[in-house]
Design a protein around this ligand. Structure first.
Ligand SMILES: *Cc1c(COP(=O)(O)O)cnc(C)c1O
Length: 229
């Protein structure tokens, strides 16, 4: 199947159940992204700031770009003018920096808090206590140029379906608890981003409403620079 076919069939599958499809285009060329774009896809995810900025400059301006990878505070300024959502926020310090640059650009930037759910030390993210502490802080209440839209998580990279299911179940439960405790009057806390190519069906079963799919759409990634693809 071509990239365009993949987009059409995945969009059918996800649109019908109100799940948002993010096409993860990291390492992929402008031509490959345009094939997905021409098949109707407008939401794309990248995990490196420099690659995201270069693609933003080169590609159609109605693309909504999500930064899905870890973001360093000193790089916020490069994406603040245009990024549609920052999915992997994992500290108050980073939120403050996003707020500062969003204000300079006269924008409010949508953010997700990344919650650590995997059984691996290398994955970024907040644990439950850290997320609650962040949400309770008075400093957060003073930030007017960031909007926390929900949570994001990455399950353990394992063949064990039961474990993946439990991790997604845990994140969905935590999402509902946070919504009740902190966002009861705020309908905009509505996004639960979980699920990648290998586990998105399980994620959707467990209540995800945003999936981030790369290889299922574009094929396997080989490590080379996107411009040389
Ligand atoms: C690369 C990446 C994805 C997509 O991975 P696939 O397995 O290719 O679908 C999703 N989320 C994040 C955070 C990623 O870095």
């Amino acid at each position: 199947m071509s990239i365009a076919d993949n987009i059409r069939s995945l969009k059918n599958e996800t649109d019908s159940i109100s799940v948002t499809l993010i096409a993860v285009s990291k390492t992929k060329s402008a031509d490959e992204i345009m094939e997905a774009y021409n098949a109707g896809q407008r939401l794309f995810g990248e995990n490196m700031v420099q690659e995201l900025v270069e693609k933003y400059e080169k590609l159609p301006k109605d693309i909504q770009w999500h930064l899905i990878g870890h973001l360093q505070t000193n790089k916020v300024k490069y994406i603040a003018p245009f990024v549609s959502m920052i999915e992997a926020v994992d500290s108050l310090k980073l939120l403050k920096e996003i707020d500062k640059h969003a204000e300079k650009n006269n924008r409010v930037i949508d953010c997700l808090l990344q919650i650590h759910i995997a059984d691996e030390e290398t994955k970024f993210g907040l644990d439950h206590d850290e997320a609650i502490e962040l949400l309770r802080s008075e400093e957060l209440a003073a930030l007017n140029h960031v909007k926390i839209r929900g949570l994001m998580g990455i399950a353990t990279n394992t063949e064990n379906q039961k474990q993946i299911k439990e991790e997604f179940y845990e994140l969905k439960s935590f999402f509902e608890g946070i919504k009740q405790s902190f966002f009861r009057k705020d309908g905009a806390f509505d996004t639960l981003s979980m699920g990648m190519s290998s586990d998105y069906k399980i994620a959707i079963e467990q209540g995800s409403n945003m999936v981030r799919l790369g290889s299922t759409i574009f094929g396997q990634r080989v490590i080379k620079h996107w411009k040389n693809n």
